[in-house]
Write a protein that binds this ligand. Structure first.
Ligand code: COA
Length: 359
């Protein structure tokens, strides 16, 4: 049996922090409301492009796996906030890391893009199409955020992480996947101002308006993720007690708690970092995976349950059996350029640039 296992991991978090108190400078909100409803205390605002974050995360993941970029056969970049539609972001990373033998594609299922990308790459490895793949989940949401809307502006942040996936004959790696989508309610999470249909309607690119039916998304997210988790557990003949760690999409602490409860797993076997970064869409699961390893929460041969939901409304879960190694083989010196501005200054810049563009 040819399996696909994670051998390298690396994150790239932009350094500028935007706290709940910072947001209260320009929106009618406060730390108490945000923390009690979502669990989020702060998020990051990137001063660099998505491609740059992806490149640094990729170099760190490759060093961790001890793999040269030329040995990659495939790069999958999961994102919905690509810098450019053509050429795609994966090809930008391919060029910058020198992965000259790799195919490169973007996958967009919003917040589940990394999970969809992971399943895609793992299936290609199992089929023998590729041997070594790099799966990235990254998002640069801050320039696309409607910073005048307190209903969504408090929820999201920027970030990126990458994983190296390699073929193995060992009994480890991705064991089951379930992908799904509630297309019939796709309009409950919708961003006006991103894409072709807005081009001739007087919209300035990035001056967005978000349709975000929070409570309906909440309900659908819990049902979709729970269904996906049950499916992969059943497929593996496993029960809740067999799960060593849940690594869920980090959109909202209350959603995470509801999903974990339904799965029959206690919260001490769930990794949470939503308080640090908010919802980074496609980046949440890979960043959580990297931090769980950094914090020693993933032991050799652990059974990990990954799950997420996002625009579409897409949802997914994977059962992943970790290998022996939980520490990096090497470290990369790749790093971001210094950031001269605070998170608040960057967001105020976006607010000023967009002000009045829709009139
Ligand atoms: N600060 C202060 N008050 C706020 C606010 C903010 N940032 N955002 C909304 N409010 C107000 C609303 O205006 C409303 O006021 P009203 O009662 O006077 O009309 C009140 O708070 C309640 O709003 P509501 O939207 O009903 O809150 P909620 O309890 O549903 O929580 C979410 C809102 C978004 C936190 C919650 O619905 C949620 O987490 N949904 C899931 C969304 C998600 O995670 N999506 C990720 C997509 S991948």
């Amino acid at each position: 049996m040819r399996n696909a296992t994670i051998t390298g991991w690396g994150k790239c978090m932009p350094p500028a922090v935007l706290s709940n108190a910072d947001i209260a400078n320009f929106l009618d909100t406060d730390d108490e409301w945000i923390t009690s409803r979502t669990g989020i205390r702060e998020r990051r605002i990137s001063h660099v492009s998505l491609e740059t974050m992806g490149t640094v995360a990729a170099q760190r993941a490759l060093a961790c796996a001890g793999l040269d970029a030329e040995r990659l056969d495939l790069i999958v970049f999961g994102t919905c906030s690509f810098d450019q539609q053509v050429p795609n972001t994966a090809s930008g990373v391919q060029k910058r890391i020198g992965a000259v033998n790799a195919g490169a594609m973007d996958v967009n299922t919003a917040c589940t893009s990394y999970l969809y990308g992971l399943t895609t790459a793992a299936a290609m490895i199992s089929q023998g199409v590729v041997n070594n793949a790099l799966v990235i989940g990254g998002e640069l949401i801050s320039p696309l955020m409607d910073w005048t809307d307190r209903g969504v502006a408090v929820l999201f942040g920027d970030g990126c992480a990458a994983t190296v996936l390699q073929a193995t004959d060992k009994d480890e790696g991705l064991r089951a996947s379930k992908l799904g989508c509630y297309g019939e309610v796709r309009e409950i999470l919708l961003v006006h101002g991103m894409g072709q249909r807005y081009a001739n309607r007087g919209w300035v690119n990035g001056d967005t308006q978000w349709v975000f039916e929070g409570q309906e998304i909440f309900k659908r997210a819990v049902v979709g993720m729970s269904q996906a988790c049950q499916t992969v557990l059943d497929d593996c003949g496993m029960g809740p007690d067999d799960v060593d760690l849940v690594v869920p999409h980090q959109a909202n602490l209350r959603i995470i708690e509801a999903v974990v409860k339904r799965a029959g797993v206690s919260m001490d076997r769930c990794f949470v970092n939503v308080h640090r970064y908010g919802n980074m869409s496609a980046a949440t699961v890979p960043v959580a995976l990297v931090e769980a390893l950094e914090e020693g929460r993933i032991k050799p041969h652990a059974n990990l349950l990954l799950t997420g939901f996002g625009g579409g409304l897409s949802w997914a879960a994977q059962m992943l059996r970790w290998g022996e190694r939980v520490t990096p083989l090497g470290e990369s010196d790749a790093t971001l350029p210094p950031c001269e501005r605070s998170g608040l200054e960057m967001v105020q810049g976006y607010l000023a640039a967009k002000h009045g563009s829709r009139e």
